[in-house]
Design a protein around this ligand. Structure first.
Ligand code: ADP
Ligand code: MG
Length: 544
């Protein structure tokens, strides 16, 4: 019966792009993304101003922030954006590097495809080059941090990570805060060092200057006490944490009570009042003088709490409640009825203080010394946001170095060194894969190239000098670009140092996505999702 009738495997109207044409479409889309962030790379990189559909503005130099905000349609471009997000989650730094490298790997791959080299050969060559890079990074380029130089190295790593952000003038101060904060939360588990930066609480308040940013010993909450008659400060705080409301449930009233006479109303109100008093009685009975809940507190309850001299905060975020639990040693209790003396946590002082125009609550002198917050200040909201992004990067790189204890030189030194050694490694690989390894080496040079170019210097001359320094009879692996004069210089001397983890992850994410894009030889898109100009368009209903 089917004989003679064409079989439609794909729905009518489906667009299909195959083979070389699919590859070049994908590569072009991925490279467009890489080109967009390339000019932000490094301390001399330019900022981008992002305007969303609501007209809100973000000014940033942060690769991942840019890519998160930009509305990307093309599936291959989306893959690149994913790389930036992964890199950000894993390392907090090196996002622009990963994306720019991925773009360069794809550009060089295109050249190889034109010479009729099969994508599989290219991806295999890239994989081999990555393995060799990993070996070089671990065995030759990475430097172990010693107990003598640790404090200095941590500061340098934090300063380098913040070097490209719009916080230049306050870098040293912010770096010191970042290092002290991470040192506070670092602990030894067996013979492993763990520095979980999610323990550090960041709070922003605009007004003042970046230099007013400070490290707070304890937990800082952007909240005010629930009633003006509550004490502003409680010394020797015994803290109760609740994740339920101190209110009468609205649905109960509606479903259960059918009021027919004024006395019934009075009875009902009396009953409600008794319940409210009982709640406060329970808090008092447990011995708490500070009550913090994730949900609401009825105004009447707030009034009674104030009368008892209890400091109360309502509608506190769940993540903050958890930080408070860890800091004070309190147990988060589900219902106020279950609250007992043993559930309370401790802090030397809970105090509401004015920061800028409004108050914040400081929970200081906590039972657990590994609880810190950073109060971020800056002239405007845009400034505090960029300071927050810079600090997040700095905290993560400091924690990487504390956990791994290995660093490498920045300023393109590591990339140039890898390139030089991979070129020596390539002939041993043989076959056509050798060409891919060489392309990989060439791609790595985009990092020092872009750093120099963004600094406004002549990239060709600098690159020749850099290669010379790494290849010569007395090679110096630490030579990178000095962005003060655009010349080759020793990065250890300039204190431009990065965690080895950032470089390794940036390389492997870049190779992963480049290879993924190269393996695609068929893009099938339904017509529904109108194809964006110049690309084959996204598949219908793409996720994320
Ligand atoms: P990423 O998102 O990849 O971290 P950045 O814009 O932060 O991108 O730039 C990081 C690059 O800038 C790294 O290669 C780093 O070594 C380099 N870099 C940072 N500070 C300096 C400096 N003072 N001199 C030279 N290079 C620097
Ligand atoms: Mg960076």
């Amino acid at each position: 019966m089917l004989q003679g009738t064409p079989i439609f495997v794909l729905k009518e109207g489906t667009e299909r792009d195959r083979g070389k044409s699919a590859a070049s479409g994908n590569i072009a889309a991925a490279r467009a993304i890489a080109d967009a962030v390339r000019s932000t790379l490094g301390p001399r990189g330019m900022d981008k101003m992002l305007v969303d559909s609501m007209g809100d503005i973000t000014i940033t130099n942060d690769g991942v922030t840019i890519l998160k905000e930009v509305d990307v349609e093309h599936p291959a471009a989306k893959m690149i954006v994913e790389v930036a997000k992964t890199q950000d989650q894993q390392c907090g730094d090196g996002t622009t590097t990963a994306v720019v490298l991925a773009g360069e790997l794809l550009k060089r791959a295109e050249g190889l495809l034109e010479q009729n080299i099969h994508p599989t050969v290219i991806t295999r060559g890239y994989q081999l080059a990555l393995q060799e890079s990993d070996r070089l990074l671990n065995q030759q380029i990475g430097t172990k941090v010693t107990s003598e130089n640790e404090s200095a190295v941590l500061l340098d790593v934090a300063t380098t990570a913040m070097g490209s952000k719009g916080v230049f003038g306050s870098r040293d101060k912010l770096a010191q805060i970042a290092v002290r904060a991470v040192q506070r939360i670092t602990e030894k588990r067996g013979d492993r060092v763990v520095a979980d930066v999610s323990l550090i609480k960041l709070e922003k308040r605009h007004g003042g200057t970046i230099d007013n940013t400070e490290l707070i010993d304890g937990i800082l909450l952007d909240k005010e006490r629930g009633h003006p008659r509550m004490p502003r400060a409680v010394k020797g705080a015994r803290v109760a944490l609740l994740n339920s409301a101190l209110e009468v449930k609205k649905t109960e009233i509606e479903s259960k009570i059918n009021i027919t006479s004024p006395t019934q109303i009075q009875n009902f109100l009396d009953e409600e009042d008794r319940n409210f008093r009982k709640m406060v009685e329970q808090v008092k009975h447990a011995g708490a003088n500070v009550l913090i809940t994730q949900k609401g507190i009825d105004d009447v309850v707030l009034h009674y709490l104030a009368k008892e001299g209890i400091f109360a905060l309502k509608q506190v975020k769940e993540s903050d409640l958890q930080k408070l639990a860890r800091a004070t040693g309190a147990k988060i209790v589900t219902g106020v009825r279950e609250l007992q003396a043993g559930d309370l946590g401790q802090a030397e002082l809970v105090e509401q203080r004015k920061v800028g125009d409004e108050d914040m609550t400081f929970v200081t002198g906590c039972k657990n010394p590994r609880s810190v917050s950073i109060l971020i200040r800056g002239g405007t909201e845009h400034v505090t946001q960029e300071v927050e992004r810079s600090l997040e990067d700095a905290l993560k790189v400091v924690s990487s170095v504390l956990e791994d204890g290995v660093v490498c030189p920045g300023g393109g030194a590591t990339e140039i060194d890898l390139a030089v050694h991979l070129r020596k490694f390539a002939p041993g690989v043989g076959g056509r894969e050798q060409l891919a390894v060489e392309a990989f080496a060439q791609s790595l040079e985009v990092i020092p190239w872009a750093l120099t170019e963004n600094g406004g210097y002549d990239s060709i001359n600098t690159l020749i000098d850099l290669r010379g320094a790494h290849e010569g009879a007395h090679p110096n692996r630490n030579v990178g670009v000095n962005l003060v004069d655009g010349k080759a210089a020793d990065m250890w001397k300039l204190k431009v140092i990065e965690p080895l983890r950032v470089k390794r992850q940036a390389l492997s994410s870049a190779v992963e996505v480049a290879n993924m894009v190269l393996r695609i030889d068929d893009v099938i898109a339904s017509k529904k999702s109108a194809a964006p100009a110049g690309g084959p368009g996204g598949p219908g209903g793409h996720g994320h």
